[in-house]
Design a binder for this molecule. Structure first.
Ligand SMILES: C[S@@+](CC[C@H](N)C(=O)[O-])C[C@H]1O[C@@H](n2cnc3c(N)ncnc32)[C@H](O)[C@@H]1O
Length: 240
């Protein structure tokens, strides 16, 4: 599987692209949805596609987490930030930890599954990792019904003098298929002032609300849909 450069050779820049501060406002809402997804208390939580662990770093007072990601480079970034948690390399479709959790979290990483079969496999795998009474909570950035093309830009500076400025450009080249494209242009500044520019193209999945809900049902989970301030659609699957 061809991984985006942002998650491999450029991963050391992740804390400047999307560090813990980026998730400061969103994290309490994600926490709330995780906690109320099931009456079963959340003690052990598995995140599939945890990336640099920026979001999860906000959950330390609330439960123990196991963080997993496809990219060893992103796991290295997360280990720095979250040394107290177990980190495991693996694809969210096939990872097998051989144990169960009260909650499984799949946040923005779900966007990198670009076919119905891939999403079905990830949901089935999340279901396998849930204790009876547990729940998976999935936060796609968008669904087919509310995808919008657009551009964003931002950046940050590190205390060591490194800096990053980036431009994101999203569009859907073929509205009849299941994917859209997000392209990035990164301008990096090293502590000695050296500049470099890199481009990265990400292919992301785009599915309808009905597809999400039916795939949760197919995995034997009781599906429901809710929302938070960032996402109109958060999908919950409860394991009875
Ligand atoms: C946007 S980043 C996640 C950032 C994370 N929310 C954070 O707070 O740092 C998306 C992550 O999804 C991971 N990913 C993509 N496809 C995956 C797959 N099939 N299984 C597991 N992880 C995957 C990438 O390696 C990347 O680290």
């Amino acid at each position: 599987m061809n991984q985006p450069r942002l998650y491999t050779e450029l991963a050391r820049w992740w804390p400047l692209f999307s560090g813990p501060a980026e998730y400061e406002e969103e994290a309490p809402e994600v926490l709330e949805l995780l906690l109320r997804a099931s009456p079963l208390p959340a003690r052990e939580v598995l995140e599939l596609g945890s990336g640099g662990g920026s979001l999860s770093s906000h959950f330390k007072p609330h439960f123990r987490m196991t963080l997993s990601d496809l990219s060893n480079d992103m796991l290295a970034v997360s280990r720095e930030l979250n040394p107290e948690w177990e980190h495991v390399q693996g694809d969210m479709r096939t990872l097998d930890l051989g144990r169960q959790f009260q909650r499984v979290l799949i946040h923005d990483a779900i966007m990198y599954l670009t076919s119905p079969d891939a999403v079905r496999a990830a949901i089935a795998n999340a279901a396998r990792h849930l204790s009876p009474g547990g729940a998976v909570v999935i936060f796609p950035d968008c669904v087919r019904e509310n995808f919008t093309a657009g551009t964003e830009h931002d950046g940050a500076d590190a205390p060591d003098g490194r800096g990053l400025r980036w431009l994101e450009w999203r569009w859907d080249p073929e509205p009849s298929d299941d994917t859209f494209v997000t392209a990035y242009s990164f301008l990096f500044r090293e502590p000695d002032g050296t500049l470099s520019v890199e481009l990265d193209r990400h292919e992301e999945g785009l599915f309808s609300r009905d597809q999400w809900v039916s795939w949760l049902g197919e995995a034997g989970l009781e599906p429901s849909r809710c929302s938070d301030s960032w996402r109109a659609d958060v999908f919950v699957g409860l394991k009875r």
